[in-house]
Write a protein that binds this ligand. Structure first.
Ligand code: UD1
Ligand code: UDP
Length: 397
């Protein structure tokens, strides 16, 4: 990659539209904002509305362009059409030096496609995750494979993710194993220590999140039934920050409303969610990001899905893939609550998703490939923030 314009910062467009994209691109945006080498241009698509809005403070970069594509219960085809239209226009207007997308959402796929159509190189953060099943998770497995065909930089969180890419024919020189930026952000937020846990009692604390499209409807209703039966034990305090999706609410609320041991709450901001996760005993989730965060904090995670693109946590022993059948969910949860040895084994298995310096590696690689001088020390800038320098006290000094 040749240098862009001598002395001009690299104009990096970060495209984000959902909650996890904001969380996982926030450290990259912060690092680029601190560096004289980069000019970060944040574009939000509004694929999520409230759930994105509550994450934007993490970026420390003002939003440059804000699209507003969310519609209630929107079909994927309509969402995709709105996104490619709005992002195409934005990329043409700004002509950045590169476009950065994260993960596997429809925002990420269309962000990459919009850049590709304008011959602008694409950096893919969290590249190479695969379940091997094209429609599970749906539509994310297809989205990430398609982004992988278009990207110039593939920032893989783990060696396994990197190996998937090379097996698919991506040149080694374009694949970089970095760790996952979610860990960078989590450590940064927890170091600040300002979050408030939602757990209130001395009961066994179970944190639950569910949202996957492939489970919506009858499967998710049955999963809700399993959660209610778990709470019926009486020794459990369950907190469930409920995704805004009406399809998720339709499935879960009838099962969970009114139970004395279940607190269903609106989605939490990241600072409070991290504190809630840090103070729980057990996690039940179908979330991608939470599968990465829970092992980092020594919280056993039961993955309520039939596939995972994060087998590293399962192999390390920090997570268990328990499926979506109510009986399997209940049995796995009860084992962990009742068997201290099984619990301890999972809680101490460790985190395979990175050391909190993924952002440093990503930004340094991009700086090098754009011919930017990283300075005599080699480090681009203090990238991720240091303890005590959390979201409330971040300074660009
Ligand atoms: C999306 C991503 C999924 C990611 C998840 C993170 C796709 C296809 N899916 O799924 O990969 O794991 O985000 O949470 O990109 N809604 C609101 N307010 C919000 C957010 C959503 O009302 O702040 C409602 C809207 O009715 C919207 C619906 O939820 O139409 C579904 O949102 P959508 O972004 O299409 O899919 P998610 O299931 O959130
Ligand atoms: N999260 C949050 N508040 C909540 C629930 C989740 O901040 O109420 C965070 C969580 O810590 C993780 C991310 O949101 O970093 C995961 O988002 P989600 O489960 O919606 O998406 P996925 O990771 O499955 O794509």
């Amino acid at each position: 990659m040749s240098p862009n314009i001598i002395g001009a910062p690299v104009r990096a467009m970060l495209v984000l539209g959902t909650r996890p994209e904001a969380i996982k691109l926030a450290p990259v945006a912060r690092a680029m904002a601190r560096s004289p080498l980069f000019d970060p241009i944040v574009v939000t698509t509004g694929q999520h509305r409230e759930m994105l809005q509550q994450m934007l403070d993490l970026l420390h970069v003002p939003v440059h362009t804000q699209l507003d594509v969310m519609r209630d219960r929107q079909q994927l085809s309509t969402l995709t059409a709105r996104l490619i239209d709005g992002l195409g226009e934005t990329v043409r207007a700004e002509r950045p030096d590169l476009v950065i997308v994260q993960g596997d959402t429809t925002t990420a796929l269309t962000g990459a496609l919009a850049a590709f159509y304008e011959h602008i190189p694409i950096a893919h953060v969290e590249a190479g995750l695969r379940t091997g099943v094209l429609d599970n998770p749906f539509p994310e497995e297809a989205n990430r494979r398609l982004i992988g065909r278009m990207a110039r930089w593939h920032f893989a969180p783990t060696p396994r993710a990197a190996a998937h890419l090379t097996a698919e024919g991506v040149p080694d020189a374009e694949v970089f194993t970095t760790g996952n930026t979610v860990i960078d952000n989590l450590l940064w937020v927890l170091a600040e220590g300002t979050g408030r846990s939602l757990f209130e009692s001395e009961l066994r604390r179970v944190l639950v999140t569910l949202h996957r499209r492939e489970n919506q409807g009858a499967t998710m209703r049955a999963m809700g039934g399993a959660l209610r039966r778990l709470a019926d034990r009486g020794d459990v305090e369950m907190v469930l920050p409920l995704h805004k999706s009406p399809a998720v609410r339709d499935a879960l609320l009838p099962e969970l409303t009114g139970h004395p041991n279940i607190r269903v709450v609106e989605p939490l901001g990241y600072v409070d969610f991290s504190a809630t996760l840090a103070s729980c005993d057990l996690v039940l989730t179908d979330s991608g990001g939470i599968q990465e965060e829970a092992p980092t904090l020594g919280k056993p995670a039961l993955v309520l899905r039939t596939t995972t693109e994060r087998p590293e946590a399962v192999e390390a022993g920090a997570a268990r893939l328990v499926g979506t059948e109510p009986e399997s969910i209940l049995e796995a949860a009860i084992t962990l609550l009742d068997d201290p040895v099984a619990y301890e084994r999972m809680a101490t298995a460790g985190n395979p998703f990175g050391d909190g310096r993924a952002t440093d590696r990503i930004v340094a690689q991009l700086a090098e490939d754009f011919g930017a001088d990283a300075g005599p020390e080699g480090a681009v800038v203090p990238l991720v923030g240091t303890p005590g320098e959390g979201p409330g006290s971040y300074s660009t000094a």
